[in-house]
Design a protein. Structure first.
Length: 307
């Protein structure tokens, strides 16, 4: 007998055929994702060390809100990232809507560290700055787990100097007066004047404190929000310390080095390779994901690994 009746005995209805079409469609999409993401065999026997081609979007992307009438300046939102996908799914659409409502021309860059070294937030921001393109003229160094709730917070061009949005009197966790982490805006000119951030900070913490000293050394004054009355309820902090363990270990000389000012390194010597660059949409909100391979001189900073 013919092969088809063997697979589907009896009369064929529309419902089994519909299920079969869905299964075939899903299998095709799965094959496409595996073949272009590097999880499956590399086409043509290409070297696995070469950058992989990003997968094409499965649906047309909605255009970014980038109305020229909103003003001449364009923000590069730089988001250091590693394995915080739940926060990312909330962050991208929220921040795209928040900035669009405020008529801030913007582009969101997810700086995804994909190497095997310890997390280096400062180096990722340096890479994001260098890769953000000439069509943006100021940056926001923005944590992925911090969402602004007060619509009066200012994300506009910080012409007068670095503007610390997540100021100590508003941040839900960090309240010391020299704190400049969480969300910090700078013009690209001012960031270059500081030579970016130090690349010596592997693991969690201290890179912001060193950057505060760089800001002061460059003759810049940190400004902060005024007239915000929501206090510690100004931001939503998505970080759950019960299951988001931070890498706070200090190894050997790192204990002393973390308190020093790096007077040589920064934008001028960050070592990295872009493995892939992908434009995608999260719940209709556009962003660009940079998969970044950082490099480490283990003679200079042996604490970049746990080995």
């Amino acid at each position: 007998s013919p092969p088809l009746p063997r697979l589907f005995p009896g009369r064929l209805s529309a419902f089994p055929l519909f299920l079969l079409a869905l299964l075939l469609g899903f299998a095709s999409l799965l094959w496409l994702q595996l073949s272009c993401s590097g999880e499956g065999p590399v086409p043509g026997g290409q070297d696995r060390g070469a950058p992989r081609q990003p997968c094409p979007p499965l649906a047309p992307l909605q255009p970014a809100q980038d109305e020229p009438s909103w003003g001449p300046h364009r923000l590069a939102l730089l988001v250091p990232f590693r394995e915080r996908f739940e926060e990312l799914l909330a962050f991208v659409p929220y921040m795209h809507g928040f900035l669009s409502k405020k008529k801030i021309r913007h582009r969101i860059f997810i700086l995804n560290q994909v190497d095997h070294f310890r997390f280096n937030r400062a180096s990722l921001i340096n890479v994001g700055f260098l890769e953000s393109g000439n069509n943006t003229d100021y940056i926001a160094m923005h944590d992925v787990d911090l969402l602004p709730l007060n619509e009066h917070l200012d994300y506009s061009f910080p012409e007068a100097g670095p503007f610390h949005v997540a100021s100590p009197e508003l941040h839900p966790l960090y309240h010391y007066k020299t704190y400049v982490g969480g969300i910090l805006l700078l013009t690209k000119q001012h960031y270059e004047l500081c030579n970016g951030m130090s690349n010596r900070f592997w693991g969690w913490g201290r890179e912001d404190d060193e950057f505060y000293r760089r800001i002061k050394g460059a003759g810049l004054q940190v400004r902060r929000p005024s007239g915000i009355t929501t206090g510690y309820e100004t931001f939503q902090h998505l970080h759950d310390p019960a299951w988001r363990k931070r890498d706070q270990k200090r190894i050997a000389a790192q204990k002393q080095e973390q308190f020093k000012v790096d007077r040589e390194g920064g934008l001028n010597n960050v070592r990295y390779r872009i493995e892939s660059r992908t434009d995608l949409s999260v719940a209709g909100a556009p962003c660009t994901v940079l998969n970044i391979l950082l490099d480490c001189d283990t003679n200079e900073t042996p604490w970049c690994t746990f080995g």
